[in-house]
Design a binder for this molecule. Structure first.
Ligand code: SF4
Length: 333
């Protein structure tokens, strides 16, 4: 392991000042990504700024009905929080489908947003990888790309975003609150992660040195039912081959509102806007669900080993919509 300087922050302002927009400084939250990648020599911070003692571990229901989740709230505390389970069950389910209990006890809300990809070529530290070493190429295109993206990729990178939590947050239309040297700003979750384009090393819209301080959820949709379906190679401690976070509101036997976000198939948490548009105002019926699923994979670009994901995500969308609208999902609200 390479040596680095260590600073334990006393306040948000102290953390932001200590970082100082240094491109090789890193904030340390739960450490479940950073420490792994430092040990693999994939991330090489020269300064680590510990934010574990900052007072960012509260979950508050705001007077206007929104919920504010502190950046340092641990994934397990968020998943099991009574108000989260009651108001946003899709978020609780997504969190509990990720990683292992031990990891969820350490991992934080902000750290989950900042997860790095599980692309094996990124992590092996020897293969060509534009994300790890810009300009070296992409070993996954033409390599073993079974776990990679069919949506949002480019010739520069086809790595999937690994988070379950972020898929639910995309469906819930969350907002990310960040603090920089110029003050606070808010970024819609669906805009927080960048598409790879020609610069896959730039993964988020964070400016250098900005610190995530909270995530804010809008009030839950009245009468909404929601569900998170995750399909993976084994039942626990595994990343998604595909996942679907869906929220629907039924009124007079029609779908009044629908939100669908996908995981495991795209280079960022993926809102299926065209599918949502097809569902709104429609009667909930299999032909509608199949049409919505088809529209969600329009423009998909599979590679040699991941073509199965096109059919898999289509089927997952149909199943979630069928279960939600027939009331077969326990705990749907
Ligand atoms: Fe690197 Fe992205 Fe290619 Fe994986 S898919 S090797 S992360 S450039």
């Amino acid at each position: 392991m390479r040596p680095f300087a260590f600073h334990r922050s006393a306040s948000v302002a102290d953390a932001v000042t200590s970082h100082g927009a240094d491109p090789v400084a890193a904030y340390l939250a739960g450490g479940t990504t950073l420490i792994d990648l430092v040990k693999l020599d994939v991330m090489r911070p020269n300064r680590v700024i510990d934010i574990n003692r900052l007072p960012l571990d509260r979950i508050d229901v705001l007077p206007d009905g929104r919920m504010q989740i502190g950046a340092m709230v641990r994934n397990s505390d968020l998943a099991w929080h009574d108000e989260v389970r009651r108001r946003y069950p899709v978020l609780s389910a997504a969190l509990l489908s990720g990683a292992s209990p031990q990891l969820r006890n350490m991992a934080t809300t902000a750290g989950n947003l900042m997860q790095r990809t599980r692309c094996p070529y990124f992590r092996d530290n020897v293969s060509p990888c534009n994300k790890r070493e810009p300009g070296t190429g992409c070993a996954a295109i033409g390599g073993y790309n079974r776990s990679h993206a069919i949506l949002g990729g480019t010739d520069a990178c086809i790595a999937t975003h690994p988070s379950d939590m972020c898929v639910a947050l995309a469906a819930l239309e969350a907002e990310v609150v960040v603090q920089g040297r110029e003050g606070e700003r808010r970024i819609p979750l669906v805009e927080f992660h960048r598409l790879p384009g020609n610069t896959p090393q730039l993964e988020t819209e964070l400016r250098p040195g900005e610190l995530i301080t909270a995530v804010v959820l809008p009030p839950p949709l009245a009468g909404a039912r929601s569900h998170y379906l995750k399909i993976r190679d084994r039942e626990s401690y595994e990343f998604a081959l595909t996942s679907v976070a869906a929220i629907v509101v039924l009124e007079d036997n029609r779908i009044r509102d629908a939100r669908i976000a996908l995981g495991g198939v795209a280079t960022k948490p993926w809102r299926a806007g065209a599918a949502e548009g097809l569902l709104r105002g429609s009667y909930p019926a299999p032909p509608t669900f199949h049409a919505a699923a088809e529209s969600a994979v329009q423009g998909a670009h599979p590679h040699q080993f991941n073509g199965f994901k096109v059919a898999l995500v289509r089927q997952a969308i149909v199943r979630v919509l069928s279960d939600l609208t027939s009331g077969q999902v326990a705990g749907a609200t």
